[in-house]
Design a protein around this ligand. Structure first.
Ligand code: SF4
Length: 220
């Protein structure tokens, strides 16, 4: 059974995570333009930040705007990003969305979920990332870290990321939505690792169902 989580418990967890927070890729590169943030978020799907960051830094030095990507031959773009998983499909999406941004949006990245998800290669997670990180609008981007940690904490019991997003939106105060991805991604990359979470040094162990069960087993 899932315990009732109070807004106070949630804000306590967030403030504990905030103390140890290391910037995520989208915070580290948060000074880039909305277009560049959109492209890097799309490219980073199922790729390591350590692979994506140097590639996008170099790429945007030479190709900063949608018009540059429209002109850029697909093969050349693929060559630049080949270390990133699914690079062919991603290169195709970047070129297509650049063209659509020019033709339909005057080269300006839209700031609504519906318009963002109308762009090629932009799904729920990417759209919510752009809303939260770039436009500071209330949105919860559920990636593997957010999904895993919310379930481990015992805040919910979900299978699909869309269910996690829906449940989190019901329980988390709206003003905190913007912090969910950044705090959980940071925590998931450093302490609450997918395979061997470092519960022993976790600042939110006291609030985590999975961590407490694990600790109890060790004491048995
Ligand atoms: S106690 Fe363990 S499982 Fe729970 S959030 Fe911390 S690291 Fe993750």
């Amino acid at each position: 059974m899932i315990n009732r989580i109070t807004p106070h418990q949630i804000t306590t967890v967030f403030s504990l995570l905030e103390r140890e927070h290391k910037p995520t890729m989208l915070e580290e590169l948060g000074h880039y333009t909305p277009f560049q943030m959109l492209v890097m978020t799309l490219l980073s799907a199922r790729a390591k930040d350590s692979t994506t960051i140097p590639i996008v830094r170099e790429m945007f030095k030479h190709y900063p705007a949608p018009a540059d990507f429209v002109k850029l031959p697909q093969e050349q773009l693929e060559k630049m990003i080949y270390k990133i998983g699914f690079f062919r499909a991603k290169a195709k999406h970047v070129k297509e969305l650049s063209k659509i941004l020019i033709e339909k949006f005057e080269s300006i990245v839209p700031d609504t979920f519906e318009e963002l998800t109308s762009l090629p290669g932009v799904g729920r997670k990417t759209a919510n990332c752009i809303l939260a990180y770039t436009f500071q609008k209330p949105a919860i981007a559920v990636d593997i870290h957010v999904h895993r940690i919310a379930n481990r904490l015992g805040w919910l019991k979900t299978i699909k990321p869309e269910e996690t997003e829906e449940e989190l939106k019901k329980m988390i105060p709206r003003e905190e939505w913007i912090n969910v991805n950044r705090l959980f991604v940071g925590h998931g990359q450093t302490i609450c690792l997918p395979r061997n979470p470092k519960c022993g040094i976790c600042p939110i162990l006291k609030y985590c169902e999975f961590g407490k069960r694990r600790k109890d087993k060790e004491l048995d």
